[in-house]
Design a protein around this ligand. Structure first.
Ligand code: FAD
Length: 563
């Protein structure tokens, strides 16, 4: 059997290696357009920031090492330019010599990935405007910074690549402006959860311009000027464009393969395309979302690797199936970590899914053991089925582990209450006897059973005008004096029983504390005394992060512009 693989990185290389492990006799050739195979896309931003200093570290295999281990003919700087599915041949262009030749296959696997989106706006091809996808792109950006002595950079796009690039350019000492057309960066997070990320970027000296579309570029005396749609201009020594990716599927389209969203390749759960003996995997394919069951594009290394393995299994005569992607992802942002799995509130609302949400701010490990940090967890579950729909976590230590536990629970289609029962590893340096994931389960159980009712940040404006609502802050007078939400009256939780006369029995009681724990205790005291009461999800800490960020974003936009 002769197998040709197009694209030699995440999906392609993993397919090739798996196939060899299953079949010692298959003849496997892998064509890769760039100069490297099996490179670490995910590590590229860290080379720019000199966190990874040895460029060899970026490539996990060379064509030689891949041949030695797997007997795969990996041809770099070779682009597959045409597929003749009827005759089962591909046309390949040697990019060093310009020579073209044909190669035949029994099975063809396409893993061409996704290319950086470049909008058709004036000046887009300017010489100091970069995109980041390959090792070559990375070296080009790094060399430019070093050789030109660039002092400033504008990063356009606040997705994973944009944020990682901004952080790493800042790490190199550049003045960095990050422009994002949406009102927030990191679309995997909801607006309330992302405030912490915005604040962190500003604290680290990155100028954040949200809700700003770029209309074009101009070269002005060696500087690149980004012209914003609102008439403002940002001038810097270089621009990194990271406004998203689109499936790199012109080859597949030319060959007549069935395509879906944004020209992605349509595949079934065996990774077979619409054309016999052609498989496709990775960023180039349309997948089914594990939660919504809708068609989607999700560009992540884990799914690409798994799909490559599944395609190899099926080529070797097995029966492996891909069960969908849930979008589990994690990102390092300076010393912070943000992670998500499943869907967020924005998506749930847009799909009309009836959900409940909980927001909690537990410590990463036992409070009495030094070094614990607060993380914010937001978790959504479906109202009727109680199935977990998704989670977002922003914090420091232990964010990755909690998101992975919840991601696993989602895969196992567990109900949210099951999180309370998970037996998770505990010793003081790592967790608490009630792990944050267990805590999320307890809170959900209380919500479902009606023991506790919640209210949310978005309810506050209406509540402040509601004459039948009594707003109660149960923190200490000192904490209250440091800052509190408008209209809230301070009665510390430990004084509640003695001062119960101050709580009007004919009103609904809305209770807030710092993290949501003391207010939970207060709502239980009040409920047991017959009050109708509600606990604020996320606590004052969460509230103040959102409020502070609102103020910061307004002032950043008004004073951070080069007119
Ligand atoms: P790729 O790995 O992109 O490989 C496709 C290859 O195909 C390319 O090298 C391309 O040159 C080659 N090719 C295309 N067309 C042809 C052709 N006609 N002939 C020959 N060769 C061709 N994902 C995560 O999960 N976590 C992360 O932290 C993360 N960080 C990332 C950081 C960056 C800077 C980038 C760019 C991506 C990151 N990703 C991350 C995404 C992840 O790298 C991709 O989802 C994954 O690599 C997709 O695998 P793939 O095989 O589909 O495509």
């Amino acid at each position: 059997m002769k197998v040709i693989i197009v694209g030699g990185v995440a999906g392609g290389a993993s397919c090739a290696a798996r196939l060899r492990r299953l079949d010692e006799n298959a003849e496997i050739t892998m064509y890769e357009r760039s100069g490297y195979i099996s490179y670490a896309n995910c590590g590229l931003p860290y080379y720019i920031g000199e966190v990874i200093t040895d460029k060899e570290e970026l490539t996990l295999q060379t064509p030689e090492s891949f041949y030695d281990r797997f007997r795969v003919n990996a041809k770099v700087r070779h682009e597959v330019v045409d597929i003749d599915a009827d005759n089962k041949t591909v046309t390949v262009k040697n990019l060093e010599t310009g020579e073209e030749f044909k190669d035949n296959y029994d099975k063809l696997v396409l893993s061409p990935g996704a290319k950086a989106v470049k909008p058709n706006i004036s000046g887009i091809d300017g010489e100091n405007i970069f995109t980041l996808r390959t090792v070559e792109d990375t070296l080009r950006i790094y060399d430019h910074v070093k050789k030109s002595g660039a002092q400033s950079a504008t990063v356009i796009g606040g997705g994973f690549v944009g944020l990682e690039a901004a952080e790493n350019l800042r790490h190199l000492g550049l003045n960095v402006t990050l422009i994002e057309a949406a009102e927030q960066v990191l679309a995997i997070l909801d607006g309330d959860m992302v405030s912490q990320v915005h604040a962190l970027f500003r604290e680290n000296g990155i100028k954040l311009l949200l809700g700003s579309g770029v209309a074009g570029f101009e070269n002005n005396d060696g500087k690149t000027v980004c012209k914003l749609a609102d008439g403002n201009e940002i001038s810097s020594d270089m621009v990194l464009l990271a406004i998203g990716v689109a499936p790199d599927t012109s080859l597949a389209q030319k060959a007549g393969l069935k395509t879906g969203i944004k020209g992605s390749i349509v595949v079934n759960d065996k990774m077979e395309t619409s054309v016999d003996d052609i498989y496709a995997v990775g960023d180039a394919v349309e997948i089914e979302h594990f939660i919504t069951k809708q068609k989607a594009l999700i560009s992540l290394a884990g799914p690409a690797n798994k799909q490559g393995r599944i395609a190899a299994d099926n080529i070797a005569g097995g029966d492996s199936r891909y069960k969908g992607t849930q979008g589990t992802s994690v990102i390092k942002l300076f010393d912070m970590t943000a992670a998500a799995t499943g869907i967020n509130e924005r998506t749930a609302k847009s799909l009309g899914i009836e959900f409940e949400k909980i927001i909690l701010s537990p410590l990463s490990h036992a409070g009495y053991y030094p070094g614990g940090n607060v993380m914010t967890i937001k978790l959504l579950f479906e109202k009727n089925s109680q199935k977990i729909l998704g989670a977002q976590i922003v914090g420091y230590d232990g964010v990755d582990k909690r998101i992975d536990v919840i991601a696993t629970a989602i895969r196992a289609e567990m109900k949210v209450g099951d999180l309370a029962e998970l037996e998770l590893a505990y010793a003081p340096p790592y967790s608490s006897a009630k792990d944050p994931v267990n805590m999320a389960g307890f809170i959900a159980q209380n919500l479902i059973s009606g023991k506790v009712k919640h209210f949310y940040y978005e309810d506050l404006t209406a509540l402040s005008k509601d004459e039948d609502a009594f707003l109660l802050d149960t923190r200490t007078p000192f904490e209250y004096k440091q800052g509190h939400a408008d209209g809230f009256v301070n009665i510390p939780v430990d004084e509640l029983r003695e001062r119960i006369d101050e709580i009007p029995a004919d009103k609904r009681i809305y209770v807030m504390c710092q993290s949501g724990l003391r207010s939970y205790v207060a709502t239980r005291i009040l409920s047991n005394l017959g009050y109708d009461c509600y606990n604020f999800a996320g606590g004052y800490r969460f509230y103040s992060i959102i409020e502070n960020e609102k103020l910061a974003s307004k002032s950043a936009y008004s004073c951070g512009m080069d007119k």
